[in-house]
Structure formats: structure tokens, C-alpha cells
Design a protein around this ligand. Structure first.
Ligand code: FAD
Length: 353
């Protein structure tokens, strides 16, 4: 269904329930909360295989698993865990994660959304932009600043008065994923919806670490699909009386594509073993996300060349992957921001400002 959905820019909403049945939502969440109770290599492989299909579908899984379920598990109360996690795991609820704002993307620490204390809860005001799943999400994990100046996480439910989620249309990338804004106009957030342990910017950044790890695997899936399509095509397409696979220049492309995918998998696998033992650092995760998305884009471009004019057609998935990967390069920390995270780790000198 995915080529058709991408051409029509449609989110295949029926997949949410199917992903729940498959067990890909919350793969690493303990089984007592409806999760898969699996390790990080298993989660990574799921991301790889789903993104082999489409980055938009992997985005849905990353958001639900790492950016909605994980913070509720890590920062939520037991009541919140039991209320939301089993339904999110089953695909009965869809979640989204609101950190980016219209004026603050790479610099979320300067966020303008506010939480003002009132009797029995908080009033939430502000807006979030470029939020995956937003227009259809039942709940949103949202980050805003309290009067004390601390970043605080809250769970917003769709039915809360003053909460709207307009869709962002006209995307050339991630066309199978639905994206929107989160707009808060005096939304009353009862105390029971505040994530009690999610205080400070470190809390949302730790969620991003988990999602970025999944992206490091996922992008390789898109690259693998492009590589395989190009290889099949090269063996069949005849020019100058030979299959184009017989030319050294084509073989160089294929050999280098396979080498880069294999190196990326080894990086992701080693990172997964560190994730399993809770030793992976933010900088290591940045290295893997940055490297693997960049190599996936290069593989997709080389694959597109091998398939020639047909490579731009919707008959093949390459151009869809290429356009998708442009978003993947930017979201969850841009290519350059991950370089700065690595630069700061290597030199001890942050170069963000
Ligand atoms: P900016 O921060 O404006 O950056 C623009 C350019 O400037 C980039 O190249 C960047 O690298 C560069 N730049 C910025 N600062 C520096 C610096 N200090 N030094 C050098 N260069 C710099 N966000 C969410 O919260 N939830 C979501 O679910 C979500 N889903 C998304 C889905 C899609 C399809 C897309 C495209 C984005 C999504 N995002 C989401 C937002 C995403 O995380 C941001 O786009 C990303 O963080 C970059 O922010 P920005 O687009 O505002 O770019």
C-alpha cells in the first residue's frame, strides 16, 4: 500500500492497530505494561525492517515507542503507566511528542510554551510545530516551561478544551506520516497529567536518545531497499549489449553501497549492545544517527543513478526513500547539530553558540 499512500500523501491509519498487533510499539517496554520486553538490538532490527518499507512508518513507531511510551514509563506515575502504556502498545491509542516550536528547533532550551500554576493543575499556553502524528494523536507528551523556569513534561489529551492540532500539508518528504502543530490556548492540565519525574531539559533529550538510536538502524533499512532495487535492476538492464551490472563503474557503486551499509550495521549493533547495558552515551548515539542517515542518503542517490530515468519513477521506491531521508537527516537533531555534539565531546568545547 505504501507507494499509493506516498503518492496521495496519506497516512495509512489502519497500520496503527496492525503495528500494535505485531508488537512493534514499545518493544523495549516491560511486558507488565503491554510492551514487548525485548532488548535494544531487537528494537533496532524492527526499525530497520519497517524503514525498509518506509521512513514515515518507522517514524510512527519511533514516536509511539521512544517519545511517548518511554517517557511515560520513565517519568510517569504508576497510575499514568497503567492508564496509557497498554493501550499505546496495542495501537488503541496514538501518541505524539511536542518539543519543537515554530521559533525553536535546534535550540529547544529556549522554548516559549508555558505552564502556569492554578488550583488543581496548570494552564498550558503556546504552540509546537512539525509534530509527527499530531493531527490524529489521542495524547501528546508536551514540554513547556513552568513559572520557576524549569522544563516540565505533561500528558495532554485530545479532548482537553483549548487544544487543537492543525495539519501541516504540502510535504515532499515523509508523505505517509501525518505531521501537524499542537496549539494550546489556556489548556487546563490537571495535576494528574503532569509527568512527576520529567523535570528539566534533560528529560526530553533522554527520550530523543532512544529515538535517535532507532533511526540509526532505520535509515539502514531504507538504504538496503535502495541497494537491492538497484542490484536487481542492474542485472536486468542491458546497455551496449551487456547488463549494466557487468560494468566496473556499476560494480564500484554496488560494492561501496554494501560496504557502507555493513559498516553502519556494525556501528548500530555495537551501539545496541551498549544500550542494552545502559552504557551508550549521547555522543555515541549522535555518531550513529548522523553517520547512518548520511550514508543512507548517499546509497539512495547512487541507487537512483544506477536505475537511470526509471529511478525517479514511482514504479521504484528509491525516490520516495530519498525524499524521506531528507527529513530523517533533519529531525531528531540535524546532521550539523549531531556534529557539534560530537565536537563538544571530542574537544570539551561546545560550539553551539
Ligand atoms: P533550525 O534549528 O532552524 O536549523 C536550520 C539549520 O540551521 C539546520 O541546518 C541546522 O543544523 C542549522 N543550525 C542551527 N543551529 C546551529 C548551530 N548552533 N550551529 C550550526 N548550525 C546550526 N519535532 C518534535 O518535537 N516532535 C516531532 O514529532 C517532530 N517530527 C518531525 C517530523 C518532520 C517530518 C520534520 C521535518 C520535523 C519534525 N520535528 C519534530 C522537528 C525537528 O526535530 C526539527 O525540524 C529539527 O530539530 C530542526 O529544527 P528546525 O527545523 O527548526 O531547524
Amino acid at each position: 500500500i505504501i507507494e499509493d499512500c506516498a503518492q496521495k500523501a496519506e497516512f495509512p491509519v489502519q497500520m496503527v492497530k496492525k503495528f500494535g498487533e505485531l508488537g512493534v510499539f514499545g518493544a523495549t517496554i516491560p511486558m507488565q505494561y503491554g510492551g514487548g520486553g525485548l532488548d535494544y538490538i531487537s528494537y533496532g532490527l524492527m526499525c530497520q525492517e519497517i524503514e525498509r518499507g518506509d521512513s514515515g512508518m518507522r517514524s510512527t513507531i519511533s514516536v509511539q515507542s521512544s517519545l511517548v511510551m518511554w517517557p511515560i514509563l520513565e517519568y510517569g506515575s504508576e497510575v499514568q503507566r497503567l492508564k496509557y502504556l497498554p493501550k499505546l502498545a496495542a495501537g488503541e491509542l496514538l501518541g505524539c511528542f511536542g518539543l519543537t516550536e515554530p521559533n525553536h528547533g535546534s535550540d529547544p532550551g529556549s522554548m516559549e510554551s508555558t505552564l502556569k500554576k492554578v488550583d488543581g493543575g496548570y494552564l498550558l499556553n503556546g504552540s509546537k510545530s512539525w509534530i509527527s502524528n499530531a493531527p490524529l494523536a489521542d495524547i501528546a507528551v508536551v514540554w513547556a516551561r513552568t513559572e520557576a523556569g524549569r522544563v516540565q513534561g505533561v500528558i495532554v489529551e485530545r479532548a482537553m478544551p483549548g487544544f487543537t492540532t492543525p495539519e501541516i500539508k504540502n510535504k515532499w518528504s515523509l508523505r505517509t506520516s501525518i505531521t501537524g502543530e499542537l496549539v494550546f490556548d489556556q489548556v487546563f492540565i490537571p495535576d494528574s497529567q503532569v509527568l512527576p519525574h520529567a523535570v528539566g531539559l534533560k528529560a526530553p533529550l533522554a527520550c530523543l536518545d532512544k529515538a535517535r538510536y532507532g533511526i540509526a538502524w532505520g535509515a539502514l533499512g531504507a538504504a538496503m531497499d535502495c541497494y537491492e532495487v538497484a542490484l536487481d535492476y542492474a542485472k536486468e538492464r542491458v546497455q551496449f549489449d551487456k547488463p549494466i551490472a557487468a560494468f566496473q563503474l556499476t560494480q564500484k557503486k554496488l560494492a561501496e553501497m554494501l560496504t557502507e551499509i555493513t559498516k553502519g550495521q556494525l556501528l548500530a549493533w555495537r551501539l545496541g549492545t551498549l544500550m542494552n547495558s545502559e552504557k551508550a552515551t549521547t555522543a555515541q548515539i549522535s555518531m550513529a544517527k548522523r553517520n547512518n542517515v548520511a550514508i543512507a542518503l548517499n546509497v539512495a542517490r547512487e541507487a537512483r543513478q544506477i536505475v537511470g530515468a526509471m529511478g525517479i519513477s514511482g514504479t521504484f521506491p528509491i525516490m520516495r526513500h530519498l525524499m524521506n531521508l531528507e527529513s530523517v537527516l533533519t529531525y531528531e537533531g540535524t546532521h550539523d547539530i549531531h556534529l557539534l555534539i560530537l565536537g563538544a565531546e571530542i574537544t570539551g568545547i561546545p560550539a553551539f553558540k
